[in-house]
Write a protein that binds this ligand. Sequence first.
Ligand code: GDP
Ligand code: MG
Length: 234
Amino acid sequence: MPRITLVKLVDYRKWTEELGFDREGLIQIKQAEIYRWIQERAWSMGFFAMPLMYDHYLILTNGISREELIDLAEYIEEKTPCSIKVVSITHKNPAIAQLYASRILQVSENKITYIDGEDSVNVIAHIDLNDITSLINETSIYEAYLEVNMLLNQLSSQIYEQNGLVSYLGGDNFVAILPSENYEKLITRIPGCLKVGVGVSINPREAFKLATEALTRIRKGYVKTNYLIIQSSS
Ligand SMILES: Nc1nc2c(ncn2[C@@H]2O[C@H](COP(=O)(O)OP(=O)(O)O)[C@@H](O)[C@H]2O)c(=O)[nH]1
Ligand SMILES: [Mg+2]
């Protein structure tokens, strides 16, 4: 099962309001910095952070110990203008894990909640739209951006209904965190205009690497389908 860690920046709104009206550029700069720090630390530990709303982050943290979670939380808190609350939990369905984590963030007084579980496989899909470059050349950058937004909307709703989570990576690339069981059927239902590289590993960073490798193989035409799954050999 994947382990997700949800990080909430507490009193973020209060911090934004204290900046006065001439603030939006400063907020954007701070958000980019916070995301960078969280991703840098998460990636160096073999994890991957998905920004959700920028005052909440979802980090794939399979294998993190209670002590490592405390260290990570202390590091993030040092780097943010507000205090934080974190919840770390496993569930075979990432969508359910984040539901539990969201409730716990709401009701618990604890700064750090670590729930023991079975940290097993992560199933990560690196998803890419076919030929965005031609679409940009034939229409315009803004119309291509609208298309990517529409697809992100459709895909994230479809995958959430099947217990997975999707986030935007930039360009025409998305990442999906899929359920650790029966994910093959879900993958085959993804629209044919998308290429879906899937990596399966205990380690989130390794799963992402395999997903990107699978996507590259599809791009190069090594497979006839719009998806490819690569399992970790270790
Ligand atoms: N975040 C991320 N973006 C990528 C990656 N590969 C490509 N892109 C983005 O996608 C754009 C289009 O690249 P690609 O999908 O290969 O070309 P296409 O065949 O014309 O869709 C690039 O300009 C990047 O912005 C990747 O691995 N990660
Ligand atoms: Mg593409």
